[in-house]
Design a protein around this ligand. Structure first.
Ligand SMILES: Cc1cc2nc3c(=O)[nH]c(=O)nc-3n(C[C@H](O)[C@H](O)[C@H](O)COP(=O)(O)OP(=O)(O)OC[C@H]3O[C@@H](n4cnc5c(N)ncnc54)[C@H](O)[C@@H]3O)c2cc1C
Length: 399
């Protein structure tokens, strides 16, 4: 094989690590292909040797999902170019981050319809899980917003797939967790960018009112982006609904929020790019204080409407600040089922459901250790799945 195997050094080391910093599966070799033909070559070699192979994007998984003990890792960092962009769509290599996608799209006045909160994830990485964000209630996951893919199947066939062509491959690879082939390029549809966005942060003391308003907000025409957080204060939990309006897309008038029952609100106008890339500062801060390299025992759940309120109440009532951590984030936001069309995503069957995520950092010497947090996660997994919820981004069987 012309492609050089990497068996030591930083590229090899990072293949046995991820954002979770808990799992360290040592591969047989790492390859850094530069095009789809080199990907095909590596997949063929793995197939012939009977070795498992996985692609690695930015390694932001938290439980070893892009690692393989004794197998081949294709580190996609050298496949990160935008091959083509026009006023409607972009052809991009799977190793590119969503920062690259957004920068390029903005240069032609466009944006992908759905962005994740953090854009340092690779295109191949989010298309292998779903890729959700505040616009998903309106447009679905990123996997619902891809026109076509080029991919190398586990049998080393390079195929173009789309809803019209090789649709079975298209459906198995999108949200296929990297187990059904390696995405080499994606065709992403683009939509016009708003210049300035209007961001309303609505405050609640009542969890019930907050969750009901999240669902109600989805029916308002101006709700272009909806997310929300539970925040611990000395006096208990408080809730923030983030309601963002993209003027010019729905209406130019300020959003009419009179049907919502928040306690008070903040308002700001922001440049769209500043809004979309707002977690850059968060990453910088986490790196400065060392949190970025600590274990991250994160959990993400999809909860059906019928049990959302009960489960979130139950979890928050029994969760201490120590269990979340001083700098942990509790995220929840709503979805409409009919917008989330990717067959491989495991979702509740209800017409409306919520994401509920505990995004924690296990800092050294914290009262609740990373191991304890994992134990708590196992209990939460059972509570969620016993109540018709599903796990997003969960661990996968390891070889
Ligand atoms: C700080 C942070 C913020 C996040 N925010 C969000 C968010 O807002 N919304 C959301 O939905 N998720 C979010 N995530 C989760 C993230 O989307 C997933 O973990 C995603 O898979 C990470 O992308 P990656 O490029 O790091 O992939 P990796 O961790 O490298 O890989 C993840 C999976 O994708 C597969 N894969 C990677 N590239 C390819 C490819 N080219 N072809 C086939 N399979 C491939 C791997 O084999 C693996 O199974 C966040 C994660 C972090 C750490």
């Amino acid at each position: 094989m012309a492609l050089e195997p990497i068996t030591d050094g930083p590229v090899f080391a990072r293949a046995a690590d991820d954002f979770g910093h808990r799992i360290h599966d040592i591969p047989e070799a790492v390859f850094t292909p530069t095009d789809e033909h080199e990907v095909t070559e590596a997949v063929r070699e793995a197939h012939q040797l009977g070795l498992p192979l996985l692609a690695r994007g930015q390694g932001h998984s938290t439980a070893g999902q892009a690692q393989v003990e004794g197998g081949f890792i294709l580190d996609m960092e050298k496949m990160s170019q935008v091959r083509d962009v026009d006023g409607n769509s972009m052809v991009v290599e799977a190793g590119a981050t969503w920062y690259t996608v957004l920068d390029t799209a903005l240069s032609v006045g466009m944006t992908p319809p759905v962005l994740t909160d953090y854009l340092g994830l690779s295109v191949g990485g989010t298309l292998s899980v779903g890729g959700i964000g505040g616009a998903s209630h309106k447009y679905g996951a990123q996997t619902d917003n891809v026109t076509a893919l080029d991919a190398v199947t586990p049998d080393a066939d390079l195929v173009t797939c789309s809803p019209q062509r090789n649709s079975a491959v298209f459906d198995s690879i999108r949200a296929g967790r990297g187990r059904h082939g390696v995405i080499t390029t994606a065709v992403l549809p683009l939509t016009p960018t708003p210049d300035t966005i209007r961001r309303h942060v609505l405050h609640y003391t009542s969890l019930t009112a907050f969750l009901a308003d999240q669902r109600r907000a989805m029916t308002l025409p101006d709700a272009d982006y909806l997310e929300g957080q539970a925040k611990w204060t000395g006096n208990g939990w408080r809730y923030e609904l983030e309601f963002v309006q993209y003027p010019g897309k729905a209406t130019d008038a300020p959003a009419d929020l009179t049907s919502l029952s928040f306690d008070d609100r903040e308002y700001e106008e922001l440049d769209y790019n500043a809004f979309a890339t707002r977690l850059r500062d968060g990453e910088r801060r986490m790196r400065e204080i060392g949190d970025w390299l600590c274990p991250h025992p994160w959990v993400n759940y999809f909860l059906p409407e019928s049990t959302t309120d009960t489960i979130i109440h139950r979890i928050l009532d029994t969760t201490t600040l120590d269990q979340i951590g001083e700098r942990g984030t509790v995220l929840t936001y709503p979805f409409t089922r009919h917008r989330m069309r990717t067959p491989a995503m495991q979702l509740p069957t209800s017409a409306v459901f919520h994401l509920f995520a505990l995004l924690r950092t296990a800092v050294p010497a914290a009262p609740v250790s990373g191991t304890d947090m994992i134990e708590i996660n196992h209990t939460l997994d059972r509570v969620v799945t016993d109540n018709d919820g599903t796990i997003y981004l969960g661990p996968l069987p390891r070889s």
